[in-house]
Write a protein of this length. Structure first.
Length: 259
């Protein structure tokens, strides 16, 4: 999605240019002061602003004062040391038909029903919409290549029920208590992490912090049914209820040695 950022930057430059032209329309017959051209030349001679793949020279802009420019540069991307990634995704992960254990029998509920969400790792359903914003900055610290990166991940709320929460399936437990985690819809998620690192010859050393906000958003809930003795019907064990969430705030160090 870096291309999207570039398009936004270019679009912003074009928009500003159009506004400027609109505001300068009644000065089109005036002349531009010579000192402004000299100031542009002096700025270019300092070497601070140089041409690059994302910063190219374009034709001069006729106009008086700030409405014109003799040596304009078109900027279409961020600096080489700065990077911004903003991917956006949509996942349509749901069952397209009912599924049964063995042959389909009248009156027997399916294990999963058409339209139920397909569970992923740890039984957690993939959110339909996901988005990530990841700014990264590269710099030099004590003559070592270094970086710092922030990652923000968002997932939309529940759109399709899981089979265990769908009363149309045999996995649904009608006798389950009215726990909020089993009856309320799953809400959107927010996850923030930070990482910074540097390069020492053949070793890469980095520190990280996951779940910076220490989020405890509920990702999934499930439970085991009551187990009874087949002969007496006496309960052998109470059902086990599980709520799945993010791992708490975690801080650590990673070292990678290449030889």
């Amino acid at each position: 999605m870096t291309r999207g950022v570039r398009r936004f930057l270019v679009g912003s430059v074009v928009l500003v240019a159009l506004i400027g032209v609109a505001g300068c329309s009644h000065y089109l017959l005036a002349e531009r002061e010579p000192w402004r051209r000299d100031a542009e030349v002096a700025c270019l001679n300092t070497g601070v602003e140089q041409e690059a793949p994302g910063r190219v020279r374009v034709s001069a802009i006729d106009g008086p004062g700030t409405c014109g420019m003799d040596y304009p540069l078109k900027v279409s991307e961020l600096g080489a040391s700065t990077r911004l990634s903003t991917p956006l995704g949509y996942t349509d992960a749901q069952y397209t038909q009912n599924a049964f254990v063995g042959a389909q029998t009248p009156g027997v509920l399916p294990v999963v029903a058409k339209g139920d969400a397909i569970a992923g790792e740890n039984g957690v359903e993939e959110p339909p919409w996901t988005a990530t914003v990841s700014p990264q900055y590269k710099f030099t610290a004590f003559d070592h290549a270094s970086y710092i990166r922030l990652d923000y991940e968002w997932g939309s709320g529940e759109k399709w029920l899981s089979p265990a929460r769908d009363s149309r399936t045999s996995q649904y437990d009608a006798g389950a208590p009215n726990l909020p985690s089993l009856t309320l819809p799953l809400f959107s998620t927010h996850f923030l992490s930070l990482r910074a690192g540097t390069q020492f010859n053949h070793m890469q050393l980095s520190v990280f912090a996951d779940n910076l906000t220490d989020s405890h958003t509920l990702l999934n809930s499930n439970h085991q049914v009551m187990t009874n003795d087949p002969t007496t019907g006496v309960p052998l064990a109470s059902p086990l209820y599980r709520d799945i969430s993010y791992r708490p705030l975690t801080v650590g160090i990673t070292a990678v040695f290449k030889y």
